[in-house]
Write a protein of this length. Structure first.
Length: 554
């Protein structure tokens, strides 16, 4: 009553609108207007809303300095604050508003953790710059300027137009992937993932969300009715079809854990072998993420793989997935979205292929195991050139990202090498992205089809090439990656899903001999001092689980 509430408001259904709106980056700067639209929808449906904010931080802004160590941690903090806001206040249901890499999974974790009716609203996608310029191009442009290969004025031009407005980055990175996952799980309203943020339609959908959450309250439907094993399997199959970010292998298990479901890495590999990549999206393909929505969005992807989906799962509409798809087919959703493709002289088939004629014969990810990664490692093999799917090379070993990047840019890395970057896992360093070294490899014509990176850290969803991450157990706990030495031979065999140490000083040895060598090295190994030993990071490192389990707090 000390705010803007009337006495009559106290008896209305009350909706908490939790957003990450703020000035942290373009993915969140516009979200206050969507919060306002959700609030309008709640009011029109007879409810009263309250607006709470825990602002997120940006992976892109945090690249290549110690700020990146805190990015994955921020997922846990946003989820925790959403829980606190909801449980410390007398609200009846929840709407979350977010666009990007850690905020969407954080909100989905909180939604799964709580027992209230809830709907996530994706914050849409950013437009492209001139000549389809996107934010992921700027690292390479900066490196070119440093080498004298590009006028600095070109970099300045890129800085002005790489992010021409607000929303998720323009490629199928983690932000676009997790928007897609929120819909694929059945939590977001059909067709709301990846709407271009420039369209007024996004605000109209926000109004609809505000009304629909009160219908869920009346029907007594909560996220725990929706987030079943089948729902997660559907999401993984959609992830496969869109060649989504490797970071989904951190986020989907963490979300599932909140409802008591454990998603094993083997399930990702199994379903990615079954469902091919049917979308032609950057970074592995040709077109920006907003084009997927123009082609019919996640519903159109689901239509192509529906023979494999669980169509009987309940969704946030109160109907099954199959019923949602049927309504979209009978309505004008596809006709309305696909008219935008005419602006680019494109057809739906340029963006979304058929199941029988895919852009890549398997899904986007592969899970590798072997004596270097007993618990597993992840590679986006749909973005790996064919000649690198089976490769053996000598290891160059670095104990941090910065040393590896300097070696690549200075020419110390030679074709055929396998770069090992360790002590970058969740417990050691918060699992930062190795985007800069991976980008430096991908943009080097001498290295991009002959050189791999292996790390216990992770990668940006924009990463291309043979970049293998999430190696578990991580180095700081004595995982085998901590025992690799310069000149060791590492074998990558993606078709066989293997990642192994197979030799020493450039010469192959038998498997039993390699095991003895690693055992001897372990006797002499000592973990380094922690990179961070105070504050939130100290708390995080004591409780975080393995990357292959989801890097959540236990």
């Amino acid at each position: 009553m000390g705010m803007d509430w009337t006495f009559a408001d106290l008896s209305k259904p009350q909706v908490l609108i939790e957003s990450v709106a703020g000035s942290s980056h373009p993915g969140s700067f516009h979200l206050d207007s969507l919060v306002e639209a959700v609030s309008r929808g709640v009011a029109e449906a007879g409810g009263k809303s309250g607006r709470f904010t825990t602002t997120d931080v940006c992976d892109g802004i945090s690249q290549a300095h110690l700020g990146m160590d805190y990015i994955l941690i921020s997922r846990e903090m946003i989820a925790n604050m959403t829980e606190i806001h909801m449980l410390a206040s007398p609200y009846d249901c929840l709407v979350t508003v977010s666009s990007c890499d850690k905020s969407i999974p954080a909100h989905l974790m909180a939604i799964a953790r709580l027992t209230f009716p809830a709907i996530p609203l994706p914050g849409g996608t950013m437009s492209n710059g001139p000549n389809f310029l996107a934010s992921d191009a700027l690292w390479h442009m900066g490196d070119q300027v440093a080498k004298g290969e590009l006028p600095v004025e070109e970099l300045y031009l890129g800085q002005q137009f790489a992010c021409p407005n607000c929303g998720a980055c323009q490629f199928m990175g983690t932000a676009s992937t997790m928007q897609s996952m929120s819909e694929a799980l059945g939590l977001a309203l059909p067709g709301t993932a990846l709407i271009p943020s420039s369209l007024a339609l996004l605000k109209r959908k926000a109004i609809e969300v505000g009304k629909q959450v009160l219908k869920l309250l009346e029907a007594g439907i909560t996220p725990r009715d929706i987030l079943t094993q089948k729902a997660f399997e559907n999401a993984i199959m959609v992830h496969s079809a869109i060649a989504g970010s490797t970071n989904a292998m951190l986020h989907l298990p963490a979300i599932a854990h909140e409802v008591g479901i454990e998603l094993d890495a083997s399930l990702f590999d199994e379903l990615h072998r079954k469902i091919p990549v049917i979308t032609n999206l950057k970074s592995r393909g040709d077109f920006p993420a907003e084009h997927l929505w123009f082609a019919g969005g996640i519903p159109a992807v689901m239509e192509e793989i529906k023979d494999y989906l669980h169509l009987d799962v309940l969704t946030v509409t109160g109907k099954t997935l199959g019923e949602n798809l049927e309504e979209l087919r009978k309505g004008r959703f596809y006709e309305e979205t696909r008219k935008f493709l005419a602006n680019y002289a494109l057809k739906k088939e340029d963006i979304i292929a058929t199941f029988e004629n895919p852009f890549f014969k398997e899904g986007g990810l592969a899970v590798l195991k072997g004596n270097l990664a007993p618990e597993g490692a992840v590679v986006k093999h749909s973005a790996v050139v064919p000649e690198m799917h089976v490769h053996t090379g000598e290891a160059l070993v670095f104990d941090c990202e910065e040393e590896a990047t300097e070696a690549i840019l200075s020419g110390k890395v030679r074709p055929g090498n396998i770069i090992v970057i360790r002590y970058e896992g969740p417990q050691s360093a918060g699992m930062p992205e190795m985007y800069h070294p991976a980008s430096a490899i991908a943009e080097n014509p001498e290295l991009n089809s002959s050189t791999a990176i292996i790390t216990d850290g992770r990668y940006s969803g924009a990463t291309k090439g043979p970049a293998i991450g999430h190696v578990s157990p991580e180095a700081i706990v004595g995982g085998p990656i901590a025992l690799v030495e310069e000149g060791d031979l590492i074998s990558i065999d993606i078709p066989s899903r293997r990642l192994d140490l197979v030799g020493v000083k450039g010469k192959r040895v038998e498997a039993d001999e390699m095991a003895k060598i690693l055992s001897k090295r372990r006797e002499n190994w000592q973990p380094p001092k922690p990179r961070h030993n105070k504050g939130v990071f100290k708390q995080y490192s004591r409780s975080v689980v393995s990357a292959m389990k989801g890097a959540y707090l236990e």
